[in-house]
Design a protein around this ligand. Structure first.
Ligand SMILES: *Cc1c(COP(=O)(O)O)cnc(C)c1O
Length: 228
């Protein structure tokens, strides 16, 4: 069975609304980032034609190619994947957001490369569950990086991004996301201008929203399975 991207987007918006009602301050908006990594460009075009304007990519070269081919100045592009320092120039030149920042060297390179442009929106990728195979930093390093971003004139600290361990049961998902929310709230005490708690993917966004997510990143539930 094939389902159109338009109907998937609509369905997701309904599910987002339902999940938002499960939290105390449910007026808060939840932004939906369509993760188009390893998806053909015509699917991105289709989502765009249906009014979607926020997309995420994991690989710099693939992302830049799509950004240039589509040539839409009203799309916000989010870089979500591992960052190599030699790619910082391309990221700063083409993306609007970087959500996967996890070391000082990258902060400095992005700041340098962004000179003369509108500040780049930055989230710190956190890893609070000790998964060595994944990127991201612990609570303490998160605060150190936040200060470095705050001191970088060409970067704007927006918040944190998390990819907790995969769980199939809702209560376990919720428990993990609540731990990330706790860190976000601590960070917000020190940096009251932050507004982005990016967590939740196709398999767990309902729990993420209930726990306070302000931005979910959805790939397969919009576009279907990715190319191998
Ligand atoms: C691939 C990816 C997503 C989307 O995952 P789905 O399970 O397809 O929704 C979200 N965030 C990051 C960082 C990713 O790498």
């Amino acid at each position: 069975m094939t389902t159109s991207i338009a109907s998937q987007l609509e369905l997701l918006q309904q599910e987002i609304a339902k999940s938002r009602e499960k939290r105390a301050n449910f007026e808060d908006n939840v932004r939906l980032i369509a993760v188009s990594k390893r998806q053909p460009i015509d699917k991105v075009e289709e989502a765009y034609q249906n009014g979607h304007r926020e997309f995420g990519e994991n690989f710099v070269q693939e992302g830049v190619e799509k950004i240039q081919k589509l040539g839409k100045s009203d799309i916000e592009w989010h870089m979500l994947g591992a960052i190599q320092s030699r790619k910082c120039k391309d990221i700063a030149a083409h993306f609007d957001w970087v959500q996967s920042v996890d070391r000082i060297k990258i902060i400095n390179k992005l700041n340098q490369a962004r000179e003369g442009m509108a500040p780049l929106n930055v989230c710190i990728q956190v890893n609070l569950f000790g998964e060595a195979q994944k990127a991201g930093v612990n609570e303490q390093v998160c605060f150190e990086l936040a200060e470095a971003i705050q001191n970088s004139p060409n970067l704007t600290l927006r918040g944190i991004m998390a990819l907790p361990p995969k769980q199939t049961e809702y209560p376990k998902q919720l428990q993990q996301f609540e731990k990330v929310t706790e860190l976000y709230q601590q960070l917000a005490e020190q940096y009251p201008d932050i507004d982005t708690l990016s967590m939740g993917m196709s398999g767990d966004f309902e729990a993420a929203i209930a726990a306070g997510s302000t931005m979910i990143r959805i790939g397969t539930a919009i576009f279907g399975q990715r190319d191998a």
